[in-house]
Design a binder for this molecule. Structure first.
Ligand code: TMP
Length: 204
């Protein structure tokens, strides 16, 4: 059994995961933890190539099922090459997206079978699971306005992003995630995130 701890940050576009994750990493390092910050898709060299295939806008966009398996290929490689070794070394691993994103985006967003995804996704990550998942929740329009990206997902309809958001909220309720209102000022969000992380690490 690994002795480190995996903490996943989830949320829709523009919810502020990446900056909150960096803030949390700084504080944890100051507290003396060894922290690894990583992200999906793209946490490995292979993953970066998969990320380009997934997010690049092209004439040959993957089908929903092909998209699912590309995300799962990215995860399998990421878990084996980066996450498992870090957990074995006792690190606190902060992951910018993990299981929750696949179920929310490919399951609820793309309308693929959620139960089927859960099974195959568990296989892809060899059962490695976050000790804590933090969901930064924010209304779709607010997030899209903040993010203003131009990849394949940013150009999806508002209805798609709304399904993803509702999917995340449903998963959070079912799985006991920590939900933080991401429309609050950044330092308030940070305070809530750190409270959840400290409570989770205290139980180690
Ligand atoms: P990012 O913008 O947080 O780097 O994530 C890239 C996009 O990939 C984002 O729009 C969410 C999407 N995504 C999925 O659809 N399924 C997944 O399993 C993951 C990890 C990300």
């Amino acid at each position: 059994m690994p002795n480190g701890c995996l903490i996943a940050f989830e949320g829709t576009e523009g919810a502020g995961k990446t900056s909150q994750l960096q803030l949390a990493a700084e504080v944890l390092r100051r507290d003396g933890y060894r922290v690894l910050v990583t992200a999906e898709p793209g946490g490995t060299a292979l993953g970066l190539e998969i990320r380009r295939l997934l997010l690049h806008r092209s004439d040959s966009a993957p089908t929903p099922l092909a998209e699912l398996f590309l995300y799962l290929a990215d995860r399998a490689q990421h878990v084996a090459e980066v996450i498992k070794p870090a957990l074995s070394a006792g690190d606190v691993v902060l992951a910018d997206r993990f299981t929750g994103s696949t179920i929310a985006y490919q399951g609820f967003g793309r309308n693929l079978d959620v139960e089927m995804i859960a099974r195959v996704e568990n296989w892809a990550r060899s059962g490695v699971a976050p000790r804590l998942t933090v969901l930064l929740d924010c209304p779709v329009r607010v997030g899209l306005e903040r993010a203003r990206g131009c990849d394949r997902f940013h150009t999806e309809t508002e209805a798609f992003h709304e399904r993803v958001r509702q999917g995340f909220l449903r998963l959070a309720a079912e799985r006991g995630w920590c939900v933080v209102d991401a429309t609050q000022p950044e330092d308030e969000v940070h305070r809530h995130v750190m409270d959840a992380i400290r409570a989770s690490l205290a139980g180690l």
